[in-house]
Design a protein around this ligand. Structure first.
Ligand SMILES: [Fe+2]
Ligand SMILES: [Fe+2]
Length: 244
């Protein structure tokens, strides 16, 4: 049997087919009025997925596969927003197969891509769980597109309000926290109106990784799972892992 190649994140980033698919997906979503899904978003998700896995002690290759999955997780939007996780997984299978990645490495990546959306997704492996948390944590004012900004649109309002957000992991307490600071163009209630199912999926993903998930908005813990004392500043054992 032919020897398969070790495909790196750099190989995937420089692949022309993936480049075009990421660009097309982002353009399609812009036309439909969605927030930014381009290189900034996939870069954030790629780095943050890898950082979560690294911080939780996964081996270097799993960390790299997480970074690859994060980079290509939204390519299905080149076809259609609906079911873009499913479509994107099949597209990624095709391109990665032609790049001669080993099927044992393609399999967890397509599982992660195919399960990253809250409508049908569930954490099915560690890469999938980390990718869900990384992707769902990327709500921020920098994702609002100035060109078609609409204050009457709840997604634009909520995203514009988010001035700062980060994911932090306390490996001792096995806790993953999403910390958000919102201004006055929106409110916690609106955030939950549109992102509640994503928060629930993050709880499931953190649980898959052996952790609890805590959402903190403007210093208030929204979904207390275990901890009693709110700690909004990073504690000694806690490390920020989200990365722009
Ligand atoms: Fe997506
Ligand atoms: Fe995404």
């Amino acid at each position: 049997m032919k020897e398969k190649k070790t495909i790196t994140l750099e190989d995937v980033k420089s692949n022309e087919e993936f480049k075009t698919l990421i660009e097309t997906a982002n353009n399609n979503l812009e036309v439909m009025g969605y927030t930014e899904h381009g290189l900034r978003h996939v870069g954030y998700v790629s780095k943050t997925t890898a950082n979560i896995l690294r911080e939780l002690g996964y081996d270097a290759r799993t960390v790299e596969l997480g970074a690859i999955a994060g980079w290509i997780h939204d390519i299905g939007n080149a076809v259609n927003r609906k079911n873009h996780g499913h479509t994107g997984a099949i597209m990624a299978f095709d391109v990665l197969s032609r790049m001669e990645m080993d099927i044992s490495e393609i399999a967890p990546i397509i599982g992660a891509i195919g399960n990253h959306e809250e409508e049908t997704g569930l954490p099915v492996n560690a890469i999938s769980a980390a990718l869900i948390i990384a992707d769902k944590s990327d709500a921020h004012r920098s994702r609002v597109r100035k060109k078609n900004f609409d204050i009457g649109d709840i997604h634009d309002r909520v995203n514009l309000a988010i001035k700062k957000n980060y994911i932090a992991i306390d490996t001792d307490k096995k806790k993953i926290r999403l910390v958000i600071f919102m201004g006055h163009t929106s409110a916690t209630m609106e955030y939950l109106q549109i992102y509640l199912t994503r928060v629930v999926l993050c709880e499931k993903a953190a649980s898959f990784l052996g952790c609890t998930f805590e959402l903190v908005i403007n210093n208030a813990i929204i979904n207390r799972q275990k901890s009693i004392t709110p700690k909004v500043k990073l504690s000694g054992n806690e490390k920020e892992v989200s990365e722009d």
